[in-house]
Ligand binder design. Structure first.
Ligand SMILES: C[S@@+](CC[C@H](N)C(=O)[O-])C[C@H]1O[C@@H](n2cnc3c(N)ncnc32)[C@H](O)[C@@H]1O
Length: 231
């Protein structure tokens, strides 16, 4: 295990950093000591174990490194995570949302099997085998209000999927964070046009786009939208 000086992130509670500003590395406190989820580096500092949070593997880490104005993390959030895959990003949210709950929806059975294995020691993750296009189908597994929806489904109709879930689950003034992958929507159209088209769909439905953050540096053809529900 490496020895590195770890310090608090200046803005996000329970997110940690090391190194100079231009080469910042992110970490979360490992909730399951000794266990890696995706081959990430484990670092021990003053008796605590941290997991390095890789922005090339996790778009939420990329978002944080791009300095959004919105502080969208807190330890007690109830979060609906659409496109949980095998659990890379959701495991870091689980390290952060220690008194909250994260419902992880994933429709690929193989990824779901890995997610179940990866979250077996993490009581704040509830894996749900379900299709994000049909939010009412997993309503029986969701037993709290939802403060935050995070969506990373790499599918056509990303804005529509986000809206149907937000209309169904998100509480008023809750946040919706969507990773938009232009290539999954239309590989021929320019990315910028697709981003604008997805934003318009959200705005037309009465949602306010608070921020649009380009994460091309870490994930090709992706932006992240931070959106508020307030109707
Ligand atoms: C880019 S990966 C997500 C990576 C993950 N967010 C992370 O950072 O660890 C997209 C995932 O969304 C899932 N997915 C795509 N469409 C879906 C749908 N309609 N419902 C549920 N999951 C879906 C895919 O199977 C895939 O695992």
């Amino acid at each position: 295990m490496s020895k590195i000086e770890i310090r608090n992130h200046p803005k996000y509670n329970d997110v940690f950093i090391s190194g100079p500003q231009e080469k910042l590395k992110l970490y979360t406190k490992n909730a399951v000591v000794g266990k890696r989820i995706y081959g990430e580096r484990l670092v021990s500092h003053r008796g605590t174990e941290y997991r390095e949070w890789d922005p090339y593997r996790s778009k939420i880490a990329a978002l944080i490194l791009e300095n959004p104005i919105t502080n969208f993390l807190a330890e007690n959030l109830k979060c609906l995570y659409l496109g949980a895959s095998s659990g890379t990003s959701i495991s870091h949210l689980s390290d952060i949302m220690t008194t909250g709950i994260i419902y992880g929806v994933e429709f690929a059975e193989r990824s779901m099997r890995q997610l179940i294995q990866n979250s077996s020691d993490r009581t704040n993750i509830i894996p749900i085998l379900g299709d994000a296009r049909f939010p009412e189908e997993y309503a029986k597994y969701i037993f709290t209000d939802i403060d935050l929806i995070y969506q990373d489904v790499a599918q056509p109709h990303q804005a529509e999927i986000a809206l149907s879930n937000s209309n169904y689950y998100l509480k008023n003034n809750g946040l919706l964070i969507i990773a938009i992958k232009s290539q999954s929507i239309d590989s021929l159209q320019k990315s910028e046009q697709i981003y604008e088209q997805e934003k318009k769909i959200l705005e037309k439905a009465g949602y306010a786009i608070i921020e649009s953050i380009n994460i091309h540096k870490y994930a090709a053809n992706h932006i992240i939208l931070v959106v508020k529900k307030s109707n």
